[in-house]
Structure formats: structure tokens, C-alpha cells
Design a binder for this molecule. Structure first.
Ligand SMILES: Cc1ncc(COP(=O)(O)O)c(C=O)c1O
Ligand SMILES: [Zn+2]
Length: 390
């Protein structure tokens, strides 16, 4: 296994800690897929492992003793009842990532990244985050007994700070967006490993297991489309990588899902780049959305995100901010699921794609429920104040 730059082809060893390429591109892990194909053809992936570690041959950690697992992944693909009916679809699958250890899909990436870096000797980690990734990193660092430092926008609901502190992490409140958090983090230049989205190669490796699971749960078949609420774009990049690797090891055919990136009108840099035919993503000034995980002004993996969307035959669209709450309520009533605002954005996106005729009502569509709604719908008292996030 090596790390390779998809932009300039430069290769890096996986035996020491590296971030991204000198040319400015994220790095991607490349496996010896011939040997994985041999192993997998004789015994498939072990179904007895009901976590994402069933795909260990296609994950970067070399020794089991380095794996810091809290039971992440192998989340259910729920067959929607009410949402599908409301949208006029014959069926919709909901990949329910809220079942992960800290209730979001961030656990997959942070579990792999922390395990791999610990294998390489790291003892301290840092990350700018909209909230869920911070909680996830802090939980895994606590489990591993290593230090965590998180930088979150000051207007992140207090429950995220509280949870990180519970895990023993150092938390920093930074005015502005996740981009400002990243700038502050860089200025402080601590002795930590930087786990910022796609600025290190292993979070995408964890995220790609969503793609493996979608395929396996559909009998090693690709759905027609996957609907991804998109901020930093790790799900898009990871799922695309997963389907390529499955084909390389002969477990799935060459059918790929169309990938749809959904954002809101208040922060839609991916959508603008797709609509303008650009090959990189430009900074979105004044990002404003209450789907906090989607408040990313300029994803670092811009070229990879755009390439995955285009190669898949998918697209990107933005939805109205004002419809988020009513969609959350509609999903709760239709499905019995308290989804996060980001998932409501994905559902609004699917609704629009059907209206536009880009998704047909008889297609197999998977919506990612990227996280639980609880942190966003709790009214908690902090220092005598009573913020309400409903
Ligand atoms: C709940 C939730 N959904 C979606 C996203 C966006 O994910 P990505 O950065 O992989 O595009 C985030 C990121 O913070 C999130 O917390
Ligand atoms: Zn490069």
C-alpha cells in the first residue's frame, strides 16, 4: 500500500506521517488490489465482524492492536416507508449513520485516521470542526488515551463543546466558520497531527466504507443514486473510491451510483462550481446555513469532489434554507427518525431531483442520514443561560 497524489502522481510511504502533497492536493491510499482480490475471492469479507473493520484488507491499519474501535460502521440500510411515499418514489433507502458510536458518520473516518496515526506513533491530534467531527475525534482520542484539541465556530451549539470536554479534550471557540477555525489552529502550530478534512489521507479511507456497505447491503450491487449532504466532501470522495476498489477486486461490476451533492442556498460552493463547469471550487464568501456541517466555504478536496460527481453522472444542487425544519419534521413523522438538519437538506435535494426529472420514481436511491438530530434539538442550560436550538 502507498499514498499517491491524484494531481501530480507523486508517491509517499505509509510508514510515516504525511498530510497532503506539496502540490496542494489531498493524497489517496492505493492498495495492492490483486492480493486483496485473491483473499476476498476465497472467503469474502468476514460477515461475523459487524463493524466497518470487516473491510480490514482495504483499510490502511496494519496491525489489529492499533485499531481503536468503538463499534463503528455496519449501520442499517432502512427501507423507507413514509418518505418514499411522500416523494412519490417506489422505494428509498436510508443509510442510517446516526447509529455510529458518537451518532454521526464522522466516526468512520476519525476511527481509521486515529488508529493509523497511533500506529505511526502519534499521541496528540487537532481538528477544526463544525461539531460532529470534533465530538467523534475526542471520543476516539479518549478511547486511545491520547490528547485531543478541537477548534469549533463560536456559534456551535454548546452541547458540542460540553461533549468534547467530557471526553477530556481541549476546546477552542473561534469566531467565524470552520475555515477560520483552521486558520487559528495553524497559527497555534501545536505538536499535534492535523486531522482537518482531506488534509490527511485516512479519514476518506474510513468514509469509503459507507460505499462498501451500501454495495454489500444491496447484494454487491450499486444503487442508481446516492444523495449526500455535502460540506468538505469526504463522503462523495470516499464512496466514489469505494466503488472503484470493489470493481478492482472483482466484488462488484462496473455499475456506479450517480452521486448528488446537496447544499443550501446560504453556502453552495460545490453547486456553483458544478454549474459553472469549473474544475476547482472557489471560496464562498459569507457562508450562512443552519445545517452547520455544510458550512464549508472552500472544501480542500475541490478537484476530487467535482471529478467524482461528474464521473458518476451525478450533479449538485442547493435547497432553500427555510425548508429545513419542516423537512426534519416530515421525516420524523414519516419514518420515526430524528434526523439532523444536514439530512433534511439531503431529503429536500432528493425532492428537487425528482421534480427536475433527474431521479426517476422507480430508481434505487440511497439517502445518507449523516447524523442524529438530538444535538440540534436539545434545549440545554449552560451557565444559567437557556439556548434553544429547535
Ligand atoms: C451531520 C453532517 N452531515 C454532513 C456533513 C458534511 O460532510 P462532508 O464534510 O463529508 O461533506 C457533516 C460535516 O460536518 C455533518 O456533521
Ligand atoms: Zn501532488
Amino acid at each position: 500500500m502507498i499514498l499517491q497524489c491524484p494531481a501530480c502522481g507523486h508517491e509517499f510511504s505509509v510508514d510515516r506521517i504525511v498530510g497532503y502533497c506539496a502540490c496542494g492536493s489531498p493524497l489517496l491510499a492505493k492498495y495492492d488490489t490483486d492480493s486483496v482480490r485473491e483473499i476476498v475471492s476465497s472467503r469474502k469479507f468476514p460477515s461475523s465482524v459487524s463493524s466497518m473493520w470487516r473491510y480490514a484488507e482495504l483499510l490502511p491499519v496494519r496491525s489489529w492492536s492499533s485499531v481503536v474501535s468503538l463499534g463503528e460502521g455496519w449501520t442499517p440500510m432502512l427501507s423507507s416507508r413514509g418518505l418514499a411515499r411522500n416523494l412519490g418514489m417506489q422505494r428509498v433507502f436510508i443509510k442510517d449513520e446516526s447509529r455510529n458510536p458518537t451518532f454521526s458518520f464522522k466516526d468512520r473516518g476519525l476511527c481509521v485516521a486515529i488508529s493509523k496515526h497511533i500506529e505511526l506513533g502519534a499521541v496528540s491530534f487537532a481538528l477544526p470542526s463544525a461539531g460532529n467531527a470534533a465530538v467523534s475525534m475526542c471520543a476516539y482520542c479518549a478511547a486511545a488515551g491520547v490528547r485531543a484539541h478541537v477548534f469549533m465556530p463560536a456559534d456551535t451549539p454548546p452541547v458540542f463543546f460540553r461533549e468534547c470536554e467530557m471526553y477530556g479534550a481541549e476546546t477552542m471557540r473561534v469566531p467565524g466558520t470552520i475555515a477560520d477555525c483552521g486558520t487559528r489552529m495553524k497559527k497555534l502550530a501545536g505538536d499535534w497531527v492535523d486531522l482537518s478534512t482531506t488534509r490527511e489521507p485516512y479519514r476518506v479511507e474510513g468514509k469509503k466504507t459507507i460505499g462498501f456497505e451500501i454495495s454489500e447491503q444491496l447484494g454487491w450491487n450499486a444503487p442508481d443514486a446516492v444523495i449526500c449532504p455535502t460540506g468538505g466532501g469526504t463522503a462523495i470522495v470516499g464512496i466514489w473510491k469505494a466503488f472503484n476498489e470493489l470493481e478492482e477486486i472483482g466484488l462488484a461490476g462496473n455499475k456506479r451510483p450517480r452521486l448528488y451533492a446537496i447544499q443550501t442556498e446560504g453556502c453552495a460552493p460545490v453547486v456553483r462550481a458544478i454549474e459553472n463547469g469549473q474544475d476547482d471550487i472557489e471560496l464562498w464568501q459569507e457562508c450562512r446555513t443552519r445545517a452547520l456541517g455544510l458550512r464549508v466555504p472552500k472544501p480542500f478536496a475541490g478537484q476530487l469532489i467535482l471529478r467524482a460527481i461528474r464521473e458518476s453522472g451525478g450533479s449538485a444542487l442547493s435547497v432553500s434554507e427555510s425548508a429545513i425544519d419542516s423537512m426534519r419534521d416530515a421525516v420524523a413523522r414519516a419514518e420515526g427518525l430524528n434526523v439532523c438538519p444536514e439530512t433534511a437538506v439531503a431529503c429536500l435535494g432528493l425532492k428537487r431531483l425528482i421534480e427536475l426529472g433527474k431521479v426517476q420514481t422507480d430508481e434505487n436511491v440511497v439517502v445518507l442520514n449523516t447524523g442524529a438530530g438530538y444535538r440540534y434539538s436539545t434545549s440545554i442550560s449552560v451557565n444559567g443561560r437557556n439556548p434553544v436550538y429547535l
